[in-house]
Design a protein around this ligand. Structure first.
Ligand SMILES: C[S@@+](CC[C@H](N)C(=O)[O-])C[C@H]1O[C@@H](n2cnc3c(N)ncnc32)[C@H](O)[C@@H]1O
Length: 231
């Protein structure tokens, strides 16, 4: 069973390390992030060009900046207001980006429907038991046939050092420290291509999975079904 407290711990962990996020991730400027992520952006470009994009768990807005240069509009969401505050301080093309506080598991509370969805470094934090529900909620916010893009991390030695244990449902749990802010248990899963494809069976078309080893990321793209079931 999922530890009832684990989602709150993760949210608090990111809130506490909001000031450190950009430097820890190597997001030092928009130009550098654009250059760093160029190989991934090339894979995503066609899916977001001139669309109304919903971004989930946008954090401090680094990917939001890159999306905004390509999309028609971006509604960038995160559960943590402190991260959104930092995101709002960055530069975006005029009138294209709106930030909203939203829990990724309660996207139904968000106004509007969108033509594409994007999330970076988010899927790895979803408990396995919550993935189908999260996807259902996300797809309901999208028009039929909308492209969806997930970018996330491949395992590496640095992340491996944080390993703590597996929980009862098989989630990999990290013990992470925020300098001056204490220790937190955070889910960090590394799903295989097969696992990703399996959970999308019947709810997605045109599923593509690629790995970019130099950036230690996987990229998953697909389209929601042209006609979604309402049940
Ligand atoms: C690894 S960071 C990724 C941030 C950003 N996408 C990036 O790539 O820099 C994970 C983000 O998930 C957010 N988060 C945690 N729990 C959430 C939830 N239930 N709903 C929405 N966002 C959540 C955190 O606040 C944090 O910004």
């Amino acid at each position: 069973m999922l530890d009832a407290n684990i989602l709150e711990q993760m949210s608090e962990y990111y809130e506490k390390r909001a000031d450190l996020h950009d430097s820890l991730m190597g997001y030092t400027s928009e130009a550098k992030t654009e250059k760093l992520m160029a190989p991934i952006l090339r894979r995503c470009e066609d899916y977001i060009a001139q669309r109304d994009v919903l971004e989930v768990a946008c954090g401090t807005g680094n990917w939001t900046q890159l999306l905004a240069k390509r999309a028609r509009t971006v509604v960038a969401t995160d559960i943590n207001e402190s991260l959104l505050e930092k995101a709002r301080c960055k530069n975006y093309p005029c009138d294209k980006v709106v930030f909203r506080t939203a829990d990724a598991y309660k996207l139904g509370q968000l106004r509007g429907r969108f033509g594409a969805a994007f999330a970076a470094d988010w899927w790895s934090h979803i408990p396995k038991s919550k993935v189908p529900g999260f996807l259902k909620g996300l797809h309901r916010k999208l028009r039929p046939g909308s492209p969806v893009i997930f970018v996330d991390m491949l395992p590496n030695k640095y992340l491996h050092r944080m390993f703590s244990h597996y929980d009862d449902e098989g989630n990999l749990i990290h013990r992470r420290n925020v300098p001056g802010g204490g220790d937190y248990y955070v889910i960090k899963n590394f799903p295989t291509e097969q696992e990703l494809r399996q959970v999308l069976t019947g709810i997605a078309d045109d599923v593509r999975y690629r790995e970019h080893l130099a950036l230690q990321r996987w990229i998953l793209t697909y389209r929601t079904k042209s006609r979604q079931k309402t049940a």
